[in-house]
Ligand binder design. Structure first.
Ligand SMILES: *Cc1c(COP(=O)(O)O)cnc(C)c1O
Length: 403
């Protein structure tokens, strides 16, 4: 950064580095013309939902891609989790990480199941299987493993624990579409896995999700449950909900999926640029992906070690927002510090030391197809500048306005 530019940070009163706000999850759009053709086709057919052609096509293509037996499209990931939780017969207590999006916990609590928050591994930020075993009580019926930021959790260790204690194992795979572990695609682990295709996920169907399982009986149950329990025109065989995906969403999902390789290539390029530009910056480490596996490079997550940078994650966050870089503190402060869980388990933090530490250190940066080389360079320059001028920044940030 040039000397003049150094004085021009927005927190010092200059115009922000970016005129328009850069968002972390600015939706990726596939082939627009192809999408419009599909939408017109749907209108011409007048089949808008209920196991339509596009939903079936979307399900089949994803099943082929991840080599799983049953892919069941749903209206969103959260409803997918709830249906899977019910179909698996979970009750009592279920163990899950607190370091996840709040929907993982809500999907349990909404059904009167107690979420039991477990600490994470400080390296992968995923649920720590060794701690899972210590959280099991006679009320425990299942475990939910989350593949945080697309890095698969320890599926083998969790499966072993689940088997040993006769628990069900569900995975929240909202971040891990297109990822693999030991050469096998995510979607094939545990009793079932759930993807999200929300607009802010890199493959989107506006709103949407997919439950994946290789268990025939479970798939049959889920199919009934997502459509009110209807097994025939006038026949209802179980309690159910309206969890169906509509045809427009499926068309969006399909065109999004057709651009999968382009999206991943862009994510990968962005990731490598961030890596190169932020390399050797003390106290700032970028998420590591296992590139020998299939990987979606969906998130650019920094871990900030204030002892080495001299500036905290929250201070850096404020500087970036002032520049219109809308970085996000995913998943601060952890589910256990949000309601209703904060009131229900006021002391949960005492057995979640790693979660509490990591939640104060992570920062997600903008990526995907809305970013380009120049923008990424500029974002990295701001971060480098912050680390090089901590005292100047800190005195500014100590003013009331920036607190
Ligand atoms: C996005 C997300 C969900 C919820 O998915 P929706 O499709 O938005 O309902 C669940 N879990 C995690 C970890 C997520 O990031």
């Amino acid at each position: 950064m040039s000397v003049e530019k150094e004085r021009n940070l927005a927190i010092f009163g200059a115009v922000p580095a970016f005129k328009e706000k850069l968002h972390v999850g600015k939706p990726n759009i596939g082939d627009r013309r192809r999408l419009m053709k599909c939408l017109n086709d749907i209108l011409d057919r007048r089949w808008l939902t209920n196991d339509g052609l596009y939903v079936k096509d979307f399900e089949n293509k994803i099943a082929d891609f991840i080599e799983a037996k049953h892919c069941l499209a749903v209206c969103n990931g959260t409803t997918g989790l709830e249906i899977a939780i019910r179909a698996l017969g979970l009750s009592g207590e279920v163990i899950l990480p607190s370091m996840t999006f709040i929907a993982t916990a809500h999907a349990l609590k909404w059904q009167n199941i107690t979420p039991v928050f477990c600490d994470i591994d400080p390296k992968t930020w995923n649920i720590d299987p060794q701690r899972v075993e210590k959280m099991i009580t006679p009320q425990t019926t299942g475990i939910i493993g989350v593949h945080l930021f697309g890095r698969p959790c320890d599926v083998d260790a969790l499966a072993e624990i689940a088997h040993k204690h006769k628990l069900k194992l569900l995975h929240d795979a909202a971040h891990a579409f297109g990822c693999s572990i030991k050469g096998r695609m995510i979607g094939n682990f545990g009793d079932a896995e759930v993807f999200s295709f929300h607009a802010t996920k890199f493959i989107n169907s506006f709103e949407g999700g997919m439950i994946v399982t290789n268990n025939d009986d479970l798939a049959a149950k889920i199919k009934l449950m997502r459509n009110f329990g209807f097994s025939g025109y006038d026949e209802v065989t179980s309690i159910g909900i309206n969890g169906k995906m509509n045809e427009f969403s499926a068309a969006m999902g399909l065109t999004s999926f057709e651009s999968l390789n382009d999206f991943i290539e862009t994510n990968r390029r962005n990731y490598h640029q961030y890596r190169k530009e932020l390399e050797n910056l003390p106290g700032v480490s970028l998420i590591q992906y296992d590139e020998s596996e299939r990987c979606n490079f969906q998130y650019i997550v920094l871990e900030i070690d204030e002892k080495l940078t001299g500036i905290s994650r929250d201070q850096l966050f404020k500087v970036l927002w002032a520049e219109n870089v809308m970085a996000r503190r995913y998943f601060y402060p952890g589910c256990h510090r949000m309601e209703p869980y904060r009131s229900l388990f006021p002391n949960a933090g005492s057995h979640l030391p790693v979660t509490e530490r990591i939640a104060n250190r992570l920062l997600s940066l903008p990526t995907w197809t809305s970013m380009d080389e120049q923008k990424i360079s500029k974002v990295c320059d701001i971060i480098k500048y912050c680390v090089a001028h901590t005292s100047k920044l800190k005195s500014k940030l100590s003013h009331k306005k920036w607190k």
